[in-house]
Design a binder for this molecule. Structure first.
Ligand code: HEM
Length: 202
């Protein structure tokens, strides 16, 4: 059997699924509210139940977003000149014979995705709690609706791109979120700086 290397711990796998499932259910119920879609409302047991489910899922999403800091923030904040080169060649996605600079545990796109998720996730969570818990505060509520909707649009573009890149576009990646491991050769090709760090025991 091929030699394997661990890219995600059991906790990281669990927290990713809590984050992903809560985010997707929040998005679905959010669409239900936004476009008054009866089919979706019925799926959640009616408008009142959907509102309650949306609010409490917001707590789950916020907690797992907070815990995700321990999964990814340190790697997402470590930028160097290879990240500039990665952006300059668009990660090699637009070229037939790409020359992609060596990457660490996360590539530049993954780092930017995480930082965007964190920023807009915090914005959507705070604005959601204001709308839910401060019903008398008209000005805050108006501002919060604006922030909530803008964050929703950004996440609804970023998340499907992430799902596509983590599955069909990059075969071998999805297993990280199921088993936590990848073949050593796969990792050495895509994340050589990370493999180097591992072999130097950093
Ligand atoms: C349900 C479909 C999803 C699938 C199949 C999926 C798959 C994956 C995989 C395989 C990784 C590991 C990539 C690596 O370590 O190289 C990953 C990482 C990650 N996922 Fe997901 N994911 C999904 C949904 C989500 C959602 C909805 C969110 C956000 C709310 C999210 C946030 C993240 C973040 C922040 C990372 C780390 C950065 C990155 O690798 O891009 N994922 N995901």
């Amino acid at each position: 059997m091929a030699e394997m290397v661990r890219k995600a711990s059991a906790f990281e796998i669990f927290n990713h699924w809590v984050l992903a499932i809560s985010c997707l259910l929040l998005a679905l119920s959010g669409y239900g509210f936004l476009f008054k879609l009866e089919g979706i409302t019925a799926l959640f047991g009616g408008a009142n139940a959907m509102k309650d489910i949306h609010n409490y899922l917001g707590i789950v999403f916020t907690l797992s977003l907070f815990l995700s800091i321990f999964n990814w923030l340190k790697d997402a904040l470590s930028f160097d000149s290879d990240d500039i080169k990665w952006i300059a060649c668009a990660g090699g996605y637009l070229s037939k014979h790409p020359k992609v600079p060596p990457m660490g545990k996360l590539n530049t796109g993954q780092k930017l995705y995480y930082l965007a998720l964190l920023a807009f996730g915090i914005a959507i969570a705070i604005s959601g709690f204001v709308i839910w818990l401060m019903p008398g505060q008209r000005n805050y509520i108006i501002l919060s609706h604006l922030v909530h909707n803008i964050s929703f649009v950004v996440l609804m573009i970023a998340v499907p791109v992430h799902i596509y890149l983590a599955t069909i576009a990059n075969p071998g990646t999805f297993r990280i979120m199921v088993y936590g491991t990848v073949p050593y050769k796969w990792a050495a090709k895509r994340h050589p700086k990370w493999i180097q760090e591992l072999s130097h025991g950093k």
